[in-house]
Design a protein around this ligand. Structure first.
Ligand SMILES: Cc1cc2nc3c(=O)[nH]c(=O)nc-3n(C[C@H](O)[C@H](O)[C@H](O)COP(=O)(O)OP(=O)(O)OC[C@H]3O[C@@H](n4cnc5c(N)ncnc54)[C@H](O)[C@@H]3O)c2cc1C
Length: 413
């Protein structure tokens, strides 16, 4: 039976869900307070990070984090005035920085990240938006072989999940890509990755094609989701309620208040991230490269070289800080000394981060409300698969993937 489904949020997750729902024959309305692709999906590093199953919370983080926060060359920042508010989240988050949890989380994430390139190609089957996709290698760039070896815990996990790097050392680094400066002397290159040459344009293009298929996009802020015993949910906007059969909540880092109205208190915070685009750049890497010391990815995009990364704990309200941009600039110059460009564009955005690093994918009790948010550092990577699975749940085309680790009620009330 054809249902009317409202998708809240037009980021990569919401738009992917909407396209798959349409393909499964449903009537679909997407509601976003801004235009499609204007949230976090606008400014990411564009990487289809097939091997990014290792969460930030690896063993040892608890002892490293305080030092990192005080070191101006470390990619971890905090707005000190926000620390009291984020402390309860942080305590729960850091509890996962142990071997058993890291392995479990990595296995669960791998289920939604590993086949990302295939999922993006399936999403864009027959669509013009496929023009935004590129297949590529992904290089982790280290200052030294010993820095690579210090990362052995994460590499062991990636290997266990089938991602074996090719190591490139010393002068072979410049043979691989002459644009790396002398500060990079070791590369670990992983095959079968991909990237998007304009992530905001990709999501906006997908949303346009969703409308061409007969889908609706409304610009409005959703204020509430009402669920009523034995009845279909409805969505409240400033222009009044909208009736529907099902709701998909895909509003990224802003999903917490709407979950509260369903009686669930989700430990969701923003891991703020930054980018600088050097427009019309030459002298950058030829494939997406993670500069390990700075934890940012440099990706050759349509507009120029985009360098995106950094984690800042600082909530959803405050504007960008200057120090993360200054660090990015210093580290970009060091990694790519030959870089020339026209001008800089800067941006800050909000990764939706749960305390256990896993997104919420599934139905909230039997309410007709489905969750599709909380993809932290890998939302572009895992968005199309998440959208396909959620659309399948609604349209009775269930996935064979075990969704228990992503259950929306796993944090209790
Ligand atoms: C610096 C940086 C680099 C990154 N690099 C990568 C990368 O290379 N690869 C990768 O896979 N991931 C990356 N990520 C993570 C990725 O960008 C996010 O996980 C992903 O964009 C989340 O997508 P989303 O659709 O859940 O949220 P969003 O794109 O934020 O979309 C949510 C939408 O909901 C709307 N909304 C919110 N509240 C309401 C409301 N009440 N009513 C109506 N609309 C509402 C917003 O306007 C927004 O458009 C990066 C993130 C950052 C910050």
């Amino acid at each position: 039976m054809k249902k009317h489904v409202i998708v809240i949020g037009a980021g990569i997750v919401g738009v992917s869900t909407a396209i798959w729902l349409k393909r499964f024959g449903q009537e679909v309305t997407v509601i976003d307070r801004d235009g499609p692709g204007q949230g976090t999906s606008f400014g990411n590093a564009g990487l289809l990070a097939a091997c990014a199953m290792v969460p930030v919370t690896t063993p040892g983080l608890i002892s490293k984090a305080p030092k990192m926060l005080l070191d101006r060359n470390s990619p971890l920042f905090a707005r000190w005035s926000y620390l009291p508010r984020i402390t309860p989240w942080l305590v729960r988050y850091l509890k996962h920085a142990n071997d058993r949890d890291t392995r479990r989380i990595a296995a669960d994430l791998n289920g939604i990240t590993a086949d990302t390139v295939a999922q993006h190609f399936a999403l864009t089957e027959g669509l013009k938006a496929r023009e935004f996709l590129r297949k590529s290698d992904y290089a982790y760039a280290y200052a030294s072989r010993s820095e690579f070896e210090a990362d052995s815990y994460s590499w062991e996990l990636r290997r266990e999940h089938g991602f074996e790097p090719t190591l490139i050392d010393g002068s072979a680094v410049q043979e691989f890509d002459p644009n790396f400066g002398p500060s990079i002397t070791c590369l670990a290159v992983v095959k079968d990755h991909g990237f998007v040459v304009d992530p905001g344009g990709y999501v906006a293009g997908l949303a346009q094609e969703f409308q061409d298929m007969g889908g609706r996009v409304l610009q409005a802020t959703v204020q509430d989701i009402q669920t009523r015993e034995g009845m279909a949910p409805r969505v409240i906007t400033p222009d009044g309620p909208i009736e529907c059969d099902s709701v998909v909540l895909a509003s990224g880092a802003w999903s917490k208040p709407l979950m509260s109205s369903l009686g669930l208190n989700i430990p969701l915070e923003s891991e703020r991230g930054y980018h600088i685009v050097m427009t019309d750049a030459s002298g950058g890497p030829r494939a997406p490269s993670m500069i390990s010391s700075g934890k940012f990815v440099a990706t050759p995009m349509k507009a120029g070289l985009r360098c995106a990364g950094i984690v800042e704990l600082g909530g959803l309200e405050a504007g960008p800080s200057e120090a993360p941009f200054a660090l990015l600039r210093r580290q970009i110059k060091e990694a790519f000394p030959l870089l020339e460009f026209d001008r800089e564009e800067t941006w800050m955005g909000h990764r939706p981060a749960t305390t256990d690093s896993l997104p919420l994918i599934g139905q909230v009790r039997q309410t007709g409300v489905y969750t599709a948010f909380g993809h932290q550092h890998v939302g572009l990577t895992a968005g199309p698969k998440t959208g396909r699975m959620v659309a399948g749940l609604i349209a009775n085309q269930p996935t064979n993937q075990d969704l228990t680790p992503f259950a929306p009620h796993r944090f209790g009330r």
